[in-house]
Design a protein around this ligand. Sequence first.
Ligand code: GLU
Length: 329
Amino acid sequence: MRAVRTSLVFVVLLFAVTACAGGGRPVDLANVTSVPGPSPVGVEENPSQSATSTAPAPPCDPMASFRPPASMPTPGQMPDGSTMRAIQDTGKLIAGVDQNTFLFGFRNPTTGSLEGFDIDRVHEIAAAIFGDPNKVQFKVVTSNNRIDALEKGEVHVVVRTFTANCARWQQINFSNTYYVAGQRLLVDRQSNVTSLDQLGGKKVCAAKGSTSIKTITEHQAKPIPVQVDNWSDCLIMLQQGQVVAVSTDDTILAGMVAQDPNVKMVGDRFTQEPYGIGIPKANVDMVRFVNGVLAQSIADGKWRDSYDKWLGRTGEQAPAPPAPVYLPE
Ligand code: GLU
């Protein structure tokens, strides 16, 4: 019985091999020129102004945050009744992060782990709460759902290239600034473009819900904003020639340059994007605690090591860590 089955398999294989070797051309050849290039899920061209605008906010200093406690609690012994104690009791810090932004929050394809400058900050907070940097549950959030995830209590913190600005301060709290980025432009290596001023009527990509898409939409040159869910979608659209530029923080663009030698970053910074860790509005004690963690990280050189590891490769001179600015008590 077994011999019969083996020879049957052999005959079928032989038939398959001869069929391939017969030189028969594949039928139904699609005319590739008529096939539109694939677009990322959720891509939207020229979104309505209301989709990118934010409610006017009273003026503020977006970099000013709450002063850390006079002394930090011992890891594993968070004060009774505090937000940090509630997190300690659940056993994991739930952190909203990105998995598509090389250098800041990305999935290492070899190890499957999330890594980057933002991910280092998450591990430092977990270490300060639990005495264990790995007591973390990562939740991937897009630029567009960072605030929602905090407001709904789905995450304890958002560490995701998150610009602190006055409009966002209306909805959530931010830690002290742990890095100051700035918006720039990314184009094909062959392109002569150096500024958004040259891109009137041309498609420029950024993530939905980012400060970058708002800046593109409001730019005097009137480029056509193309918004997507993930920054990696913008790089793919640039590679496929579906947009002529990507415009966002130089940090995110540096990650794209590191991934693709056919693209280049051009022009000067034209915005200032101070990164803060997003924390729900009610949890001021957690903001103070996180500011203590950031101050410690800067003081003991961990911030600098993390900067060198992730951003040192961009060749830019390491900036001094941002000095903390505190709100009046
Ligand atoms: N820093 C900008 C922002 O928070 C752009 C980066 C991003 O969306 O991830 O909107």
